[in-house]
Design a protein around this ligand. Structure first.
Ligand code: HEC
Length: 102
């Protein structure tokens, strides 16, 4: 029974995640994981920088720089690793959506 539940849960999860990759990248969905750290609406209450109010171009450049290891030093640990998981199209979609957060 437990195994059956696990299988059912995995299928449900796969079904809910798959459309994001199958269709065009959805910036709003992709950004949900970002906002766990960067605060609701991109406004961080703590030490992690806020990403609301940034321009689409700046966001795109910054994310690509993180991904390609061009942003080094203190401000490059978490994001350098994270950004590697995103394609150009996904970074475009993320930048476009996050730029709408004021
Ligand atoms: C695990 C927490 C975490 C997650 C998840 C996360 N970030 Fe970050 N982000 C950070 C931290 C911490 C920094 C500060 C630089 C560093 O240490 O890498 C940062 C820095 C940034 C910066 C540079 C901000 C500045 O003012 O210099 C941008 C842009 C950014 N993140 C965007 C994103 C996007 C887009 C996502 C989702 C794809 C994301 N982050 C997910 C923790 C996170």
């Amino acid at each position: 029974m437990k195994r059956l539940l696990l299988v059912a849960a995995s299928i449900a999860l796969a079904a809910s995640v798959a459309p994001v990759h199958a269709q065009q990248a959805d910036g709003r969905l992709l950004a949900l994981s970002c906002l766990n750290c960067h605060g609701p609406g991109g406004k961080s209450p703590g030490e992690i920088p806020s990403i609301a109010g940034k321009s689409e171009d700046w966001l795109k450049t910054t994310l690509v720089d993180f991904r390609d290891g061009k942003r080094t030093g203190a401000a490059s640990t978490v994001m350098t690793r994270l950004a590697k998981g995103y394609t150009d199209a996904e970074i475009d979609a993320l930048a476009k959506y996050i730029a709408t957060l004021k």
